[in-house]
Write a protein that binds this ligand. Structure first.
Ligand SMILES: NC(=O)c1ccc[n+]([C@@H]2O[C@H](COP(=O)([O-])OP(=O)(O)OC[C@H]3O[C@@H](n4cnc5c(N)ncnc54)[C@H](O)[C@@H]3O)[C@@H](O)[C@H]2O)c1
Length: 331
C-alpha cells in the first residue's frame, strides 16, 4: 500500500487518479485539508472506492505515526506542503513549521516503522537565481525565499536520513505546473489562486479584473519573462515512474520535471485568450525583484533514466484547465 500525503490538493489528487487508473489502487491519503478539499477526496473515492482517507496534520507526530500502525505502508509519495512564495516571505514561521517540521515527523514515522522509500515534491524554487539555462540537477541551489528554503532543507534532511537510516528518496523538482484531468473530474483549486493560468481563465467569470504583467523589457523574444510549463498529468506519470524506479533500484536520486520549451507571459496570455475566446485586460507594470527573465528545466535526466516524456502541449493543458474552471464556477 502507498501513502500519499497532500492528495486533497492539486498535484497529489492527479497523481492518486493516475495511480488508480493504472490499476494500482491500494492507496491511503493523509491530508489536513488546509489548502486541499474534501470534495476532491470524495471524487477520488468514487472513482476508486479502495482509496482510504485519513484527515490529519503532519505537524502532529502522533497523527501521522498512527497511519503507519494502522496500514501496511510500503512507500510514501509526499506532496503535502504550503507553497505560496509571498505568504512564506510574510510568515516564514508557518512555512518552516508546516513544511520542515511536518516532513521530519513523516520521515521519523517512516524510519520507526521501517518504511524506507519516499518520492518527494521539490521545486525549481530551490535553485534561486539561474546561473545558466536550461537548469540541470547539478545547478547550485540557492533559494531566494523561505518556501524554497524549506524544500531545500527537506532535501538535505533526506540525504542525511539516507546515510544514517538507509531511507531512499527521489526528489522531483517541478517547474510551473498547469492543466487538469482530461475528463474534468478534478483540477487546480487554490484559494487564493496565485498561479498565472487559472487566474487568466477565472477572468472569464469576472472580467473586471486587470492583470499586471511585470516588465516587458526583458531580453526575451517579446520582452516578457519565460517559464517552463509542465502538465499536471505528465507530472503524475513521472511520479509513477519514479516510484517504479525506487522499487527497482532502491536508490536516492533527483530529477527536474519540465518541458524545456519555455513560453513567455505574453504567449500564455495569447493561448489563453484563444481558448476562452475573449480578450483579457492587462497592463504592463514594473518588474518584480528576483524575477529571473528565464527559467527552463533541463529534464533530460528524467527522460533518460525514468523514461519520462511529457506528452501534453501547453494548448491542451490550458484547454483542460479551462474546462475545469467552468465546473468550479458552477459550484
Ligand atoms: N503547483 C505548482 O506549480 C508546484 C510547483 C513546484 C512544487 N510544488 C509542490 O508540489 C506539492 C503540491 O502542490 P499543489 O499545488 O498540489 O499544492 P496544494 O496546496 O493544492 O496541495 C497541498 C496539499 O497538502 C495538504 N497539506 C499541507 N500541509 C499539510 C500538513 N501539515 N499536514 C497534512 N496535509 C497538509 C493541503 O491540505 C493540500 O491538500 C507541494 O509540495 C508544492 O510545494 C508545486
Amino acid at each position: 500500500m502507498i501513502l500519499i500525503t497532500g492528495a486533497a490538493g492539486y498535484i497529489g489528487s492527479h497523481y492518486a487518479l493516475n495511480f488508480s487508473e493504472f490499476g494500482l489502487d491500494d492507496i491511503v491519503i493523509f491530508d489536513n485539508l488546509s489548502t486541499g478539499h474534501i470534495d476532491t477526496i470524495e471524487k477520488l473515492q468514487k472513482i476508486n472506492p479502495k482509496i482510504q482517507f485519513i484527515k490529519g496534520d503532519l505537524k502532529n507526530k502522533d497523527e501521522i505515526s498512527s497511519v503507519f500502525k494502522k496500514f501496511k505502508i510500503d512507500s510514501v509519495i509526499h506532496f503535502a506542503a504550503l507553497s505560496q512564495v509571498g505568504e512564506s516571505v510574510i510568515n516564514p514561521s508557518l512555512y518552516y513549521l508546516n513544511n520542515v517540521v511536518g516532513s521530519i515527523n513523516l520521515l521519523n514515522s517512516m524510519v520507526e516503522n521501517n518504511v524506507l522509500k519516499i518520492v518527494f515534491s521539490s521545486t525549481a524554487a530551490t535553485y534561486g537565481e539561474p546561473k545558466y539555462t536550461p537548469i540541470d540537477e547539478n545547478h547550485p541551489q540557492n533559494p531566494i525565499n523561505p518556501y524554497g528554503n524549506t524544500k531545500l532543507m527537506i532535501e538535505k534532511i533526506m540525504d542525511d536520513y539516507d546515510k544514517a537510516y538507509n531511507l531512499k528518496s527521489i526528489r522531483l523538482r517541478y517547474f510551473n505546473v498547469i492543466g487538469a484531468d482530461e475528463k474534468t473530474r478534478i483540477g487546480e483549486w487554490h484559494d487564493p489562486e496565485t498561479h498565472l493560468v487559472p487566474n487568466i481563465l477565472k477572468s472569464v467569470f469576472n472580467n473586471s479584473k486587470e492583470f499586471k504583467i511585470f516588465g516587458d523589457d526583458y531580453d526575451t523574444k517579446d520582452g516578457t519573462c519565460i517559464r517552463d510549463y509542465v502538465d499536471v498529468l505528465d507530472l503524475a506519470d513521472a511520479h509513477r515512474l519514479a516510484l517504479e524506479y525506487l522499487n527497482k533500484y532502491n536508490k536516492t536520486d533527483v530529477f527536474n520535471l519540465g518541458t524545456q520549451e519555455g513560453q513567455s507571459v505574453k504567449e500564455i496570455f495569447n493561448i489563453s485568450q484563444e481558448i476562452i475566446n475573449q480578450k483579457v485586460n492587462f497592463k504592463v507594470v514594473e518588474k518584480r525583484l528576483g524575477d529571473p527573465k528565464i527559467l527552463l528545466a533541463n529534464s533530460s535526466k528524467a527522460k533518460e533514466i525514468l523514461n519520462w516524456q511529457p506528452k501534453r502541449t501547453t494548448f491542451d493543458s490550458i484547454k483542460n484547465a479551462f474546462k475545469w474552471e467552468k465546473v468550479l464556477n458552477k459550484n
